[in-house]
Design a binder for this molecule. Structure first.
Ligand SMILES: [Zn+2]
Length: 364
């Protein structure tokens, strides 16, 4: 099996189109057409992680954080990023990162942080501009086969519902020229055909494969269709996660619970509220950008990391802000990637979780 096949399966879960504009997710180093010998999954990709991969016979490292983030002008080993890249190239180890695209994916990083804390709910800030709508006309005789081909290409899924579409019957008209090669009708004669207008929603990043499925399964030489950009948010895709605890708990009890569940030595938080904690938002990694969304959702607590001093004030004492540490808020994604790939490649033997603790932060 080629490495590319494993990466395609990762991208079915976390399409690269869902990464933030500042990000650098995807294939970073190496040749994805190589035969996959083994996969090592880590949160960060460092020199130690590349050494671990070599030692364990893995030639693909899938990490959450991209080792190359803002570009490299020289690769001479002057810092840990350059040394990691050199070591990977010298040893034919392919480096791949699934970062903010995995944050934004259904059952991504924040979902797994929420699950670890027993929170059930939904995405805190659903993504915009990730959905489009397709409308096309097809003769009634070919309507079902075409609709099924488009569903197979990924169109017509809404939440837990698949094969969603709307159809309307009508009369289509066209007059082929002498140069045309029509499926029905004759040159220079106006034809009328019983046609069906079909509408369905689809993920914007699948547009080219959906249009090619439309054209290859449609009987006409010229396919009449339109694509619309939608203002709708996509409820399953986006940043953060919000939900409720199984039962409301006192704030001090909640802090102890978070520490225990995430295995923390310490956490930082704002002043304790008097009311019990029930509705909680979370965001794996640096999540200050969602403080206002947690407030808007009237959350009792918001758990994330990398909150700056002045950002703690932004909670306006309306929401208990908790900073659990960047590594600690995301490390569970290693297990999640491992579980996902193990299910997809049940016979692939070397699929390992990194044993290198890459957390650069220590507590005294
Ligand atoms: Zn992160």
């Amino acid at each position: 099996m080629q490495i590319r096949e494993i990466l395609n399966v990762m991208e079915a879960w976390a399409p690269l189109a869902w990464q933030e504009s500042y990000d650098n997710s995807g294939l970073l180093v190496g040749d994805s057409s190589l035969e996959a010998k083994g996969v090592l999954i880590s949160l960060d990709c460092t020199e130690e992680v590349v050494e671990e991969a070599i030692k364990k016979g893995c030639n693909l490292i899938i990490s959450h954080h991209p080792i190359v983030f803002s570009g490299l002008k020289k690769i001479i080993g002057a810092n840990y990023v350059e040394r990691t890249v050199i070591k990977a190239i010298q040893n034919n180890v392919v480096l791949y990162a699934s970062h903010t695209n995995l944050d934004n994916s259904p059952k991504g990083v924040s979902y797994h942080l929420a699950t670890k804390l027993g929170i059930t709910g939904q995405v805190l800030k659903p993504m915009r501009d990730a959905l489009k709508a397709l409308q096309y006309y097809v003769p009634a005789s070919h309507e079902q086969a075409l609709r099924e081909a488009l569903h197979a290409a990924g169109a017509g899924n809404i939440g837990e519902y698949s094969s969603c579409s709307f159809t309307q019957e009508g009369l289509g008209r066209f007059q082929p020229s002498a140069e045309a090669n029509p499926h029905t009708g004759s040159a220079n004669v106006l034809s009328e055909v019983n046609e069906v207008k079909v509408e369905m929603i689809f993920p914007a990043h699948l547009e080219s494969s959906i249009i090619s499925a439309l054209k290859s399964a449609h009987p006409y030489e010229e396919v009449a269709y339109s694509i619309y950009s939608l203002d709708n948010t996509w409820q399953d895709v986006g940043s953060g996660f919000v939900g409720t605890l199984e039962k409301a708990v006192e704030p001090t009890e909640f802090l102890a619970f978070v520490k225990k569940r995430l295995g923390l030595q310490a956490l930082k938080h704002t002043a304790l509220p008097t009311a019990p904690i029930s509705k909680v938002a979370v965001c794996g990694g640096a999540g200050s950008f969602l403080i206002k969304d947690a407030l808007k959702n009237q959350c009792d607590a918001y758990i994330t990391s990398d909150i700056k001093y002045h950002e703690f004030f932004d909670a306006e004492n309306q929401c208990l802000l908790i900073d659990v540490g960047h590594y600690e808020s995301e490390v569970m994604i290693i297990d999640a990637i491992h579980d996902y790939l193990s299910k997809k490649f049940s016979t692939f033997a070397v699929l390992l979780k990194s044993e290198t603790n890459t957390n650069p932060v220590f507590f005294a």
